[in-house]
Design a protein. Sequence first.
Length: 442
Amino acid sequence: MTTELHANARQTTEGPVFTVTGGDWYDTLCDPDDPVGDGRIVVNMGPVHPSSHGVCRLVLELSGETVRECRVVVGYLHTGIEKNLEFRTWVQGTTFLTRMDYLAPIFNETAYCLAVEKLLGIEDRIPSRASTIRVLMMELNRIASHLVWLATTGMELGALSMMIYGFREREQILDIFEMITGARMNMAYVRPGGLAQDMPAEAVTAIRALVTGLPGKLAQYEDLLSGQVIWRRRTQGVGVLDAAGCLALGVTGPVLRSAGLGWDLRKTMPYCGYETYDFAVPTTTTADVWGRYQVRLAETRESLKIVEQAVDRLEPGPVMVGDKKIAWPARLAVGADGLGNSLEHVAAIMGQSMESLIHHFKLVTEGFRVPAGQVYTAIESPRGELGVHAISGGGTRPLRVHVREPSFVNLQAVPAVAEGGLLADLIAGGASLDPVMGGCDR
């Protein structure tokens, strides 16, 4: 066995196993025994700093309070989701991917399922009710995600009341998610071919109440923040990243739109019928933290418009593709416990025929086969372009699934918005990128 320079290896029955140890740049920046040499100081912010939006570490070289160099260290939250998908069926993959960006689970599920459906060649056979509910759920999830950003960023910049208000309104949306899916987060609700179950009628009432009440709350947020002198000074002209910088680094989402480029995949590369909805793509030209704040507030209002349109066009119908080679041979319904298939439908499966029972058993345990090939699908998540590159070898499990996660890509911009500015502005600039480390370290 050859000697590896960067990893120790040991032989197992499965072949060599490498133990890889990460490294940072601390020793290359300064003498560990004298971090204050030459009038500068090298400090670690994180990996559990309260303003790092997750388990992220920044190695900072400071001169006084000015950031001279910033290096981002990730990997502390790594869960091996992409690798685990290779050992699960195509349907089981949704239970893993929903946990990547834990503030946008519906987006993770939908992007993955669109890729699987494209490999299956059934993207044109998804029931209209299922597509409408997907749009409805994604836009509710977008609002909830932006509320978390507004709440946490407000807290980090001193607006502590915003923390309470943002999470208060988010609770309404999580209650709706629980009503529809049985879970508040990480629902695995979107499945290849449609949805896990239909949406109950009482959810429509709750959604309409949210659409009616939230605009007034957003106006209160603006009254609280937009005219506040401290908020303006902490956000205007801070963390500037223009359109050229965004394009060079691959940054998408509200950060790119705050720089004046209205790139939104819901408009430019529509999916799930977004081209049939009436909504605008908000932009600003300030390219700073203030602009990203303005864009996210405006996006929340546009998402409310989409939600209202989706509720109005809901019509009775199936929520799973009709192909019995893909869909479970039962009408999906919510059971007495709020989860899964009702006992009556499970009994119906058991009593139909031996062939039907065998088919159901094989479909659940082995999964359906997906034709060999590879696809890339992308959707507009709250943080930007969320893409899924799925490769099938023709079996019941993915050969490879790789995710283009916007949090990971957008983190490249942290040094660009931080270096040359004050340490306090690094907090505002980094927070305005809205990274979620669960997605970054998938």
